[in-house]
Ligand binder design. Sequence first.
Ligand SMILES: *Cc1c(COP(=O)(O)O)cnc(C)c1O
Length: 412
Amino acid sequence: MANETYPHQDPAQVSEVISSLKRFTSGGRGPWHAVSDSDWKDWRWQLKNRINNLDQLESVVPDLSDEEIQGAELANTKLSLGITPYFSNLIHREDPICPIRRQVVPRVEETISSTWDMSDPCGEDEHSPVPGLVHRYPDRVLFLVTDRCAAYCRYCTRSRLVSNASGYGFQPDYQEQLDYIRKHPEVRDVLFSGGDPLLLSDSKLEGLLKALRDIPHVEFIRIGSRIPIFLPQRITSDLCEMLKQFHPLFMSVHANHPRELTTEVKEALGRLADAGIPLGNQSVLLRGVNDSVPVMKALIHKLLMCRVRPYYLYQCDLISGSAHLRTSVRKGLEIMRGLRGHTTGYAVPQYVIDAPGGGGKVPINPEYILSHNNERVVIRNFEGRVFEYPEVADEPEDASSMKVCSSVHGEA
Ligand SMILES: *Cc1c(COP(=O)(O)O)cnc(C)c1O
């Protein structure tokens, strides 16, 4: 089993592991075999029956380690423990380093704060003009609609407020957030996040989307959600029918490991895609989960098969208690080198570091430009071969801006 996380060097074995990771299989019923089909497929049943304490965790994942037992005892003081029954069945119970398990089962290491760790690594609170709204970039805002999720990622960058385990007391006043957007015509792009926006009822979500669409300068709306992965049952045809009234509406989902893409998830993503919602994926680079080229390749190829375009690969934020899940940036660059050119650009996400302290997302790329001067640019391709491209002088600045003006007036 450990081979799934760290595939063996033997190429034949690697390719066998990869093809098994790429297969779409159902999460199955696990210990819930006696539950009726209609309950199992009901997202509210899944939420009601989440695993959220040590006893429940032990009954579903036997042989917890001491680190996990202590972690589960301490969970609910910093970030709640919550796992949907559906998602818990993806844990390979006999594998202590299962990549699914590492993402949702708490460990005592979460209580360790290392030197660089922060409670708000992206500096969101400093860029929050009204509660629940983050305005960090010129033309777009993050609109936090709830502090709850279907399940809790142990490396959550927003754990200071998500799940309210540490008493942040997040109580968004949607009117205040909407008023801010109304008064700021530069906001042409709104991203719903949280917590997970798809935990809201269809009618509540519809009300928010309507209010946003009534603001003429809001051109583009996105929903950031891990619910298609944690709780695919939530993606009902009613939800999709409702969402498709608000186009252009995009959705960013969050899958980190190819085994998260089950037949249930593929069908849920298919329903969203059929409703005309362009889908992107945001992964977090996590130690022991997806920190190898073959696993990452299996993930991005499987995403394309689910009609999802890999969007960002995040270096793990310096959130307190996540050091055991973080990798080096060197590892991230190595993975990017293993993807670019070796597979279609549609499958390759942009690797980014969200600059600690509120700097925003910064793209991190392997060196493809070796040198650049007024005569030439020297470039390296994906195979490591070096090429030259001649450089020319640009037109004077006023001449090129004139061209923009004349084309605006229809003369170009
Ligand atoms: C990531 C993020 C966005 C969206 O950025 P895109 O590059 O448009 O996906 C907006 N606001 C904040 C605060 C963010 O962290």
